[in-house]
Write a protein that binds this ligand. Structure first.
Ligand code: LHQ
Length: 261
């Protein structure tokens, strides 16, 4: 059986591909285990950017519904346990990774698959991709951070429409609404992701990690707390080798050689 998670680490760039294309890369418990192990390897390798994408025509259709089936007459499955064990740690981990996470949404992203995509820092979707908060179609509510991401990204009215109706949102609309960073034509997605990953891999990684952390916490901080946080993070960056290199390169009128330190 093919590996449900493919990991490729090339220099400073890590790529994880969700790889159950015949089931639109929907998650089984085994696949979650493989993904957690892959993320362990990414962290151990200390790469400077992570790309997450899907194999085949879908990005991820959320939970594999046959893996957690509520069979007629059977005792109900504890979905809270599934979420606590697999989905919440995954979302927390992607958000906490000290490097930018590019999510390349190559096709449909449904249910938890849509919200795992939104946990990325830069989400780029192919024109044919779709985002579906499919939960309400099967008697559930958005999880994997959906009720947190959606109102913050697209505002309360659109968040309510997406979550309550479970309709399919095109990539073009998602980009227009600000749900994602950008949409590109299908045949441009791979090249766009490669170029963005190559760019980010030579940027000042500590600064990017600080930006990521500060932007995230801004959603719950007041201005005073955020000003204090910026001061503290900037103080740390001010002592970094990459800051020294950035300023030196500026003064010497050359391209900086950032090492991520
Ligand atoms: C699938 C799936 C799938 C299994 C496509 N499972 N096979 C967390 C905690 C614990 C439990 C519950 O959930 C959660 C969070 C969640 O993620 S809940 C939401 C789960 N996801 C969904 O409800 C989406 C289900 N899928 C769909 O609605 C459609 O497949 C979409 C709209 C995504 C794509 O439609 P199509 O392009 O028409 O493709 P398809 O439906 O023909 O799917 C292709 C194959 O993939 C098919 O298998 P088959 O053997 O018949 O070819 C599907 O059965 C399979 N597949 N999603 N989630």
């Amino acid at each position: 059986m093919a590996d449900s998670i493919l990991l490729d680490i090339a220099g400073d760039i890590a790529r994880i591909t969700l790889n159950r294309p015949d089931k639109l890369n929907s998650f089984t418990a085994a696949m979650h285990g493989r993904l957690a192990a892959a993320l362990d390897q990414v962290e151990a390798a200390r790469t400077r950017v992570l790309v997450v994408t899907g194999a085949g025509r879908g990005f991820c259709a959320g939970q594999d519904l046959s893996d957690r089936a509520a069979a007629p007459g059977a005792a109900p499955v504890d979905l809270g346990h599934t979420i606590e064990t697999y989905y919440n740690p995954l979302v927390r981990r992607l958000r906490a990774l000290a490097m930018p996470v590019i999510v390349g949404v190559n096709g449909v992203a449904a249910g938890a698959g849509a919200n795992i995509a939104l946990a990325g820092d830069l989400v780029i979707a192919a024109r044919s991709a779709k985002f579906i908060q499919a939960f309400c179609r099967i008697g559930l509510m958005p999880d994997s951070g959906g009720t947190w991401f959606l109102p913050r990204l697209v505002g309360p009215a659109r968040a309510a429409g997406l979550a309550l109706l479970g309709e399919s949102l095109t990539a073009a609309q998602a980009a227009q609404w600000g749900l994602i960073w950008k949409m590109v034509e299908d045949d441009a997605l791979a090249g766009e992701i490669d170029a963005l990953a190559a760019h980010l891999a030579v940027q000042p990684t500590r600064a990017l990690a600080a930006i990521k952390a500060a932007l995230q916490v801004s959603w719950s901080n007041g201005l005073d707390a955020q000003l204090d946080l910026e001061r503290d993070l900037q103080r740390g960056l001010g002592a970094s080798a990459d800051y020294r290199e950035g300023v030196t390169a500026f003064i010497e009128k050359r391209k900086p050689d950032f090492r991520g330190a």
